[in-house]
Design a protein around this ligand. Structure first.
Ligand SMILES: [Zn+2]
Length: 387
């Protein structure tokens, strides 16, 4: 009897030890904040719950950085981390927050759009919890998140996700995928409250342009492109042609399918006067047939298996030994966003959006992504926003 009790207590202690060993890193990741340094252009920082009260006191509530220009003009909103395992969107939006100076018009930037997903991971795929972007002052540590919100924040999942308001039947997992829950509603599942908040910014503030910034597999046909519905396609095409002619990189236009509901590039345009654009840059880390999912793969995009698949023409983008590094993905996003704003301003001279201070493709390639972030330890405490 005595011996049985001892075995039971030892097993109990071992189980508790395993739980702590496995759970503590996940707990720390969920509660680890990134210090975002407000750049010279930031005039206000709001919370998304100001537009969608159903987000109050939830992990899905998130910061909205407002960059109001010196002169009036048009308005644009940028969304990073819609899918929090596609960090080029987050990093491009952080570059805008730290570096952009708005001459005319207003920018709204939500870097952690799916804040819950950015504090989630994908254990089955062996994702790293963080990766470091090298800078002159050390490293900017970034949370690597997941595609979907954490079940700790939104649960249980339905058997089928019935999209609102179209009632199209989507996969159950898409109820936690913020790029299937547009245009959202104030009292729906948490992710619908997130998209509703962004829709409310667009409707109330009369936002003209919305850019949802992503990354996509090299083996997925919708990659290295701008996805645009009919109303945005002209500006998207001009932006794609201009970056190719003047900056030398490819970024084609994909039409947004009218029958596939819940996506930002479809629903934003249908539910408001805003022109939506969704940007995809190729991220080898997301492809299935790669080696281990390492932080190195996030940064340099080099993988031997993709290289052999490229030789057999299985990828939808050119791919060689140089991989598809982070600076290339983020640099493309910066240039394409600037070009969309420029093309919009040319067609709407009464509502220009003029931004300076944001690097273009060649500069990001040359300097690296970390060059555009300052050391939060040296920054004035008032200019730091923890996210
Ligand atoms: Zn995505």
């Amino acid at each position: 009897m005595k011996r049985e009790g001892l075995v039971k207590s030892l097993l109990g202690a071992a189980t508790l030890g395993l739980l702590l060993w496995g759970g503590l890193p996940l707990y720390r990741h969920r509660h680890c904040d990134i210090a975002v340094v407000k750049g010279p252009g930031v005039t206000a920082v709001e919370r998304l719950s100001a537009y969608s009260p159903g987000l109050r006191n939830t992990v899905a509530d998130t910061s909205v950085f407002v960059l109001e220009g010196r002169e009036p003009g048009g308005k644009a909103i940028l969304l990073g981390d819609s899918h929090a395992n596609e960090p080029e969107g987050l990093l491009a939006s952080l570059i805008f927050i730290e570096n952009a100076v708005v001459e005319k018009g207003t920018l709204y930037v939500i870097p952690f759009f799916n804040n819950s997903a950015s504090r989630n991971t994908r254990p089955g795929d062996g994702y790293p919890l963080y990766f470091d972007v090298p800078t002159a002052w050390g490293a900017l540590r970034v949370r690597m998140g997941n595609r979907d919100a954490s079940p700790l924040d939104q649960w249980p999942d339905p058997d089928v996700y019935v999209h609102f308001p179209d009632r199209q039947l989507l996969s159950f997992i898409d109820v936690r995928n913020v790029n299937r829950t547009w245009p959202g509603r104030p009292n729906g599942p948490l992710m619908e409250r997130v998209t509703y908040g962004a829709m409310e910014i667009m409707r109330r503030e009369k936002v003209d342009v919305a850019v949802d910034i992503h990354g996509a597999e090299t083996m997925f046909p919708v990659t290295n492109c701008i996805v645009a519905p009919e109303k945005s396609v002209r500006i998207a095409t001009l932006a794609a042609l201009t970056v190719k002619a003047t900056e030398g990189f490819e970024n084609h236009v994909e039409p947004s399918p009218a029958g596939f509901r819940g996506l930002s590039h479809r629903e934003i345009g249908d539910a408001s006067d805003t022109l939506p654009f969704l940007l995809e840059a190729p991220i080898p880390f997301l492809d299935q047939p790669t080696g281990p999912k390492t932080t190195k793969l996030i940064l340099d995009g080099k993988d031997p298996f993709l290289l052999s698949l490229a030789k057999r023409k299985k990828l939808f983008v050119p791919y060689d030994e140089s991989g598809w590094p982070l600076e290339k993905r983020v640099g493309q996003h910066c240039s394409v966003i600037l070009e969309i704003l420029r093309q919009y301003s040319k067609r709407n001279p009464d509502k220009p959006i003029v931004v300076r201070g944001v690097p273009r493709y060649a500069e990001v390639l040359k300097n690296g992504v970390g060059y555009y972030f300052s050391d939060p330890k040296k920054a004035d405490a008032k200019s730091i926003v923890d996210n």
